[in-house]
Design a protein. Structure first.
Length: 379
């Protein structure tokens, strides 16, 4: 495990490195099923024109249908300023997806759409191109959902641009809303099979060591009055036999935190003890509880307060790699975090370690009390 040196003027920023030795147990990760989502437009980022800023504004395409299945020049859909011209609109969605289908709800003079593009790191990429349907534009009597599957597979985006050729239309070509369907955080691999998640552990270690590619920050605050950390004297479960006479009673008695860490007032919180620069693509997939906490802040920065910040090094190591170092001093802290953040595999590791090394006749009552305090149903 690697740690940056303590900076007297600021928090310690921790980089999680390789933990040597064999893990106590290494449960097989289950490969997550692809997550397909459907989403409506969240905002309009650009447009060629709009009839007005109220009844037929460009922003009308946001959200679910307001006009469909009605047909005609109806308030609530986007209408360009004039009839019979080239028009376009750019829209954004909340989540990036690998595009599978685009549905455009046309509620007046359908058939004008000639191109749909998606914004990527390389710029706009044409997802679909076609010709306008003049016959439909001039004869339609009902609204339609124009459903498009991308002509180029594997494009990941959350921004679309719709181009329309309205020349020859007898009235305004109007769009009520747009729905995007795709796989969330899915990457297409055509040449090689997708590797097992366990095989990616070394790649994730390397990823952690490159702070320039992180996209979120977790600050762990040391709560005021917490006992000093004893992590420097920790011993790994792989270091040999454990002496159960004496140390076990101290481990199972205070200081044990019967309550989960809670955020306290500024006067009760000391300076930041740990700073972790992390990656949402790994963190959110492996720990939905942390994902929810980040999203509740509305930003890419999360502050948490705890009595034992050093535990988070091993905890995040497990989140990233499914392997961590369990020591006699940290087993309980890791167990509590595994329960609070819903990581059953880590809970199993900690439970097995404690049962193997510390459970015997003289500690049975203390074990039961501790298990009840932290709701450790497996202990």
């Amino acid at each position: 495990m690697k740690k940056a040196k303590q900076n007297k003027k600021g928090p310690r920023m921790t980089t999680i490195g390789f933990f040597g030795g064999e893990p106590l147990q290494r449960p097989k990760l289950q490969k997550p099923a692809p997550k397909k989502i459907q989403q409506w437009v969240s905002k309009v980022t650009g447009f060629s024109s709009q009839y007005d800023a109220a009844g037929w504004a460009a922003a009308s395409v946001c959200g679910a249908p307001q006009v469909y299945p009605k047909y005609g020049d109806v308030r609530g859909a986007w209408a360009p300023q004039s009839v019979g011209k080239q028009e376009w609109i750019e829209v954004a969605f909340l989540e990036q997806v690998e595009v599978e289908k685009i549905e455009i709800y046309e509620t007046n003079c359908p058939g004008s759409i000639i191109k749909v593009a998606g914004m990527t790191d390389a710029g706009w990429v044409d997802l679909w191109k076609g010709e306008k349907d003049l016959a439909l534009m001039t004869s339609a009597k009902e609204a339609r959902i124009f459903s498009i599957e991308p002509q180029i597979p594997g494009v990941v985006t959350n921004s679309l641009r719709i181009n329309m050729n309205c020349e020859g239309a007898p009235s305004w070509c109007e769009i009520d809303c747009i729905r995007l369907t795709g796989g969330h955080n899915v990457r297409r691999v055509d040449s090689e099979p997708v590797p097992e998640l366990d095989d990616l552990a070394s790649d994730w270690f390397q990823l952690l060591e490159n702070s320039e590619r992180t996209d979120c920050i977790l600050y762990i605050h040391q709560s005021n009055g917490a006992p000093p950390s004893s992590s420097s004297s920790s011993s790994s479960s792989s270091s040999g036999a454990v002496d159960k006479k004496g140390d076990d009673q101290d481990l199972l008695n205070p200081p044990v935190s019967p309550e989960k860490p809670r955020r306290k007032g500024k006067a009760e919180v000391e300076e930041i003890a740990e700073e972790f620069r992390l990656h949402k693509v790994v963190l959110f997939q492996r720990c939905p509880v942390l994902e929810a906490k980040f999203k509740s802040t509305g930003s890419s920065v999360l502050h948490l307060t705890t009595d034992n910040p050093d535990i988070w090094v091993e905890f995040l190591a497990f989140v990233y790699t499914n392997t961590t170092e369990i020591s006699t001093e940290k087993a309980m802290g890791l167990l509590e975090l595994s329960i609070e953040y819903d990581l059953p595999a880590l809970e199993d590791l900690c439970t097995n370690f404690l049962v193997k090394n510390w459970l015997h006749a003289s500690t049975a009552d203390a074990f039961l009390t501790y298990a009840t305090q932290i709701n450790a149903q497996k202990l």
